[in-house]
Design a protein around this ligand. Sequence first.
Ligand code: ZN
Length: 250
Amino acid sequence: MAGDGTVFAEFTLICRLSGTGSSRQPESDRTMKIIDLSMTLQPHWRWNIQTKLAMDHKKNDPFQVTVLTLPMHAFTHVDTPLHIEPGKITIDRVPLDRLCGPAAVVDLSACGANTPITAQDLEQKGGHITEGDIVILKTAWDRKRDWLTKEYWLDAPYVQEDAAEWLARRPIKAVGFDFPQDFAIREIPARHPPATEMPTHHLLLRKGIFLIEYLCNVDQIGPDRATVYALPLKVKQSEGAPARVIAVID
Ligand SMILES: [Zn+2]
């Protein structure tokens, strides 16, 4: 288990619709569940993240100010097609409706260690995917291996090429993963595999389908549909950026 204490929060949203005159009455109450799908940025063996206090209460500075150094492809983040192909869209220019909206959650949680996810798996479990969806592949891998450990990478299930082809054929906006989705990712940084060995990157990004990587807590999404919001940092000219990603269930 790797997450925070606060996996999700429940908000009661009270909609007050204005009536005539000065009286305002609550017309409806409804509960909205927000599930945080984002990893917590913290020291990590794989990613060179550094935080430094530029101003510090302990030094009697008037404010506390943290300076963060972070690769764009660390922790929960979004890849644009520019990651693999020159001249493609930068993260600061991606319309947010490409990364927010209805999502089909594909339940692959029965998938074990070092197991390929095949087109047949998606055919069986992904029948509810519709046009314009964000597709979330749910393996619950962060419940089986701690993402602070190397085993999270070395033992991970992965998307087989025919499954990436299956996804690339669909009119979807983005695909999110709660595991290191290409087998060869585990070899980085000892080896930098060519793009052709990374089928989700190779096939989906080239189709203009965005990748939402290193999600966690996806197992907390019960229904097979949710609304997902992936909001990457607006970094000028970058091919990707860390993102806060949430799922909302009505
Ligand atoms: Zn990336």
